[in-house]
Design a protein around this ligand. Structure first.
Ligand code: CMX
Length: 434
């Protein structure tokens, strides 16, 4: 496989850079762990490595150096009018190189050979109580698949550390191949009468996901391609990526690590924000009996702020501009869904809320983030089971996390083990500084 050949060529230069920095510049200070950072969830502390992506406050996320508009242009697509294959972006994250269409299709063919879900995984999903949250089912299925791990077997049969990356890659391909099927199975078992749809070998990985969910509109295929593209990676400090990296640093295999990462993504402060945004929009539409006017949006935004709540979908911990992931979805919506009332409301909110937030004067960034748009697009296509939205996010984010995991094994990244202090110790340090 071209993907593996390309990665094999990266081993030496990547290891050389990593080892050189670690050995010869290990004492150079990159940032300081102040008491504020230790007690503040390490917000902004420059203490992690991430090769797959970098979040620029103005330009937004860069995938291996490519900002979103550039990556959307450069990466191979089914045809010029389509969105790029998310698997092509995964190839880029893994190797640092933009793949050709043939390289992406070769990877997708390999994934088709691995997309079946073993019966025992289906049995586990079916054994859970019917009100089990879809993220719990998703994480359970990934964990159950751990018995398929080649990495686990390789490690326990004594494969050399320098070769473990191949097994991390192999597990990652197997896992990513199966995720849309697992997600679609959960979706249809819970919300579509337990009637399932087989994948279509003629479709690409992302379009197949759309197909198995139950909608064969080619625009929906593209929406799913776009969604999986935009959510793939966001540096390594967010909860899911960091969890994946941390768990894998103990040489737990990619199945263990991604299952744990998905548990973090399920948290309301991480992967659930998009459903809150959509709720806010729908409640506003209900209050005003349809698409609200700009004046009504302004009134509603102030009511939200004055009651001590935040405006969902606006603001960001790092970004200081409109999130390019929001812009990509807005462009898509303008092209295909401009008449949808929920989409129209989302678009008008964009013309009103930044000024309200600027007047309010608290949020450092008054502009929308990715979550302000994504729910409305899925909603248009009849996916109205909000609790499932995080599963879409999980399918996509698993790609970014596994890409960094493969890199970790190439450079033999050590087990993560920061040192902790007690409040009494911090008090002593603080007093010593007075
Ligand atoms: N509406 C109202 N107030 C907001 C706000 C918003 N959308 N965004 C930030 N603020 C407020 C904060 O609550 C904070 O107030 P206090 O000083 O009273 O605590 C103040 O502005 C400063 O916050 P900040 O430094 O600008 O933002 P943070 O880094 O603390 O938080 C975020 C970032 C995303 C949690 C915040 O902007 C927010 O709550 N937004 C709404 C929820 C949301 O959209 N979440 C999705 C995030 C998507 C992602 O991370 O990718």
């Amino acid at each position: 496989m071209k993907l593996k050949e390309k990665l094999a060529k990266k081993l030496e230069p990547w290891r050389e850079d990593y080892n050189n920095l670690r050995k010869n510049y290990g004492d150079v200070v990159a940032d300081e762990a102040t008491i504020g950072k230790i007690l503040g969830g390490m917000r902004g502390l420059k203490s992690l490595l991430c090769e797959t992506s970098y979040l620029d406050p103005i330009e937004g996320i860069r995938f291996r150096g490519h900002p979103i508009p550039e990556a959307r242009k450069l990466l191979p697509k089914p045809s010029e009018k389509n969105e790029p294959y998310p698997t092509g972006l995964w190839f880029l994250l893994l190797t640092g190189e933009v793949p050709t269409k043939d390289e992406v299709l070769e990877l997708e063919e390999e994934m088709k050979k691995r997309w079946d879900i073993p019966q025992y995984v289906i049995d586990i999903l079916r054994a859970a109580p019917t009100d089990t949250h879809p993220m719990t089912l998703f994480s359970m299925a990934i964990l159950a698949l751990q018995r398929e791990s080649q990495f686990f077997k390789a490690y326990h049969s004594g494969v050399a550390r320098n070769e473990l990356w191949e097994y991390a890659l192999d597990d990652s391909i197997t896992l990513i191949a199966k995720l849309p099927r697992i997600a679609a199975y959960i979706f249809r078992m819970k919300y579509r009468g337990d009637i399932h749809i087989e994948p279509d070998p003629k479709l690409d990985w992302a379009a197949n996901f759309a197909h198995m969910l139950g909608d064969d509109d080619p625009v929906f295929y593209d929406l799913i391609r776009l969604y999986l593209f935009l959510h793939i990676d966001h540096e390594s400090g967010n909860v899911s990526a960091h969890t994946g990296h941390l768990v894998h640093s103990a040489l737990s295999d990619p199945f263990y690590a991604i299952s744990a990462a998905m548990d973090g993504l399920a948290g309301p402060l991480h992967g659930l924000a998009n459903q809150e945004c959509l709720n806010w929009i729908l409640e506003m539409m209900e209050k005003y009996g349809g698409v609200p006017t700009k004046e009504q949006i302004e009134e509603y935004a102030w009511d939200t702020l004055n009651s001590g709540r935040v405006i969902p979908g606006y603001g960001h911990a790092v970004l200081r501009q409109t999130d390019p992931r929001y812009m990509a979805q807005r462009e898509f919506a303008q092209k295909y869904l401009a008449d949808d009332p929920v989409v129209k409301t989302v678009m008008t909110v964009y013309e009103v809320v930044p000024d309200v937030l600027k007047k309010h004067g608290k949020a450092k960034n008054p502009w929308p983030n990715v979550d302000a748009h994504s729910g409305s697009l899925l909603y248009h296509y009849g996916i109205r089971e909000f609790e499932f939205y995080t599963v879409f996010f999980g399918v996509s984010r698993s790609m970014g996390i596994t890409a960094e995991m493969v890199y970790d094994r190439i450079v033999n990244f050590p087990i993560e083990r920061p040192k902790s202090l007690t409040i009494a110790m911090l008090k002593e340090i603080a007093e010593g500084k007075k």
